[in-house]
Design a protein around this ligand. Sequence first.
Ligand code: PLP
Length: 393
Amino acid sequence: MAKTRDDLDPETLLVTGGRSPDPHVVNTPIYRASTHLYEDCAALRAGTKTNADGTFFYGRRGGPTQWALCEALAALEPGAEGTVLYPSGAAAIAGALLAVLSPGDVVLITDNVYETSRVIAGGILKRMGIEARYFDPLDTDGFARQFCDRTRAVLLESPGSLTMEICDIPALAATARSRSAAVLIDNTWASVAGFKSLSHGCDIAIEALTKHVGGHSDLMMGACTAGPEWYGKLRITAQEIGHVVSPDDAALALRGLRTLGVRLERETASALRIAEWLAGRSEVAEVLCPMLPGAPGHALWQRDYTGGCGLFSFVLADGYDDAARCRLIDALELFGIGYSWGGFESLATPVHALRTATRWPAERLAVRLSIGLENPGALIADLERGLAALKGA
Ligand SMILES: *Cc1c(COP(=O)(O)O)cnc(C)c1O
């Protein structure tokens, strides 16, 4: 059986958490959903009285494979009471917001939030009479002024999607907590391996397992991990909505989790090497990579994070237009062009930053890279080809 979370270091926990309860096999088998049969009517009735993982009741509440993944993820997050799984990262974000907010409430959202979170806020939350207000994540001092007596939650994301700003999470979380607002964070970039959300003052850690944990570009899943204050509410809300993930996907996510540490280490080292190379190129104005010394947010990243990943952006020098940016990306042969990231394969996309509380000038043209497990020298050669295509024929 897996040891408790306190005995083991995070690297070892990635390997031991949520292992099979059967000591003779390494992996928890894939238990498909199945109608559960009861001994008699009394047992059937008793089944409705408990609502705990580990007790079969009805397929929608999951089974041993999903519980193993939950156990493994929760073991990695100090302070966690448990983890709830969702069919996508977007569903995890919506699930967390719906668990903490009610009609009439205000939620403060970081201005560099993942675009789908903005869509959730402008759609279902708005229809429910919940107001979203966006704030500048780098204005730590001004943050307190954003609160009103209806503010019930804050949604952070660090580094911010596409533009990679690292915010002072402990400071923002402390301000939010002093105003009794729940602190949600989208921790997909670092994953639970690289940033411990609850230890840094957050209440609910949201992660798109689709990205790093899955790691092989072949599954969609999300997770919310929380302490005793919010775990039960998250779980009940997910049950009310009817969220359940497939046991096959849960087994794939568990398999991804086992190699998360080495994949992230390799991606981080490659990303850093590529970021350093890009920083020395005249075609590049700025590299937005928190792991790069001197890059924006590097000091906060060093202070609060234990790891990085392969996802970062770079800004083109003045004088290039969108057509040039597209030529760069289209010329790449090893980098695929596609959304998502965190897989074994490298990807490149143009950055379209949506802003309502801060400014990202339209002429600030950036490219986002997700560095995979290819040889970094080959990726640099590919980027060299891309930069050469900037000028056009
Ligand atoms: C991809 C992503 C999500 C959403 O995950 P899906 O599984 O694609 O729904 C959430 N947050 C961030 C930062 C992401 O990059």
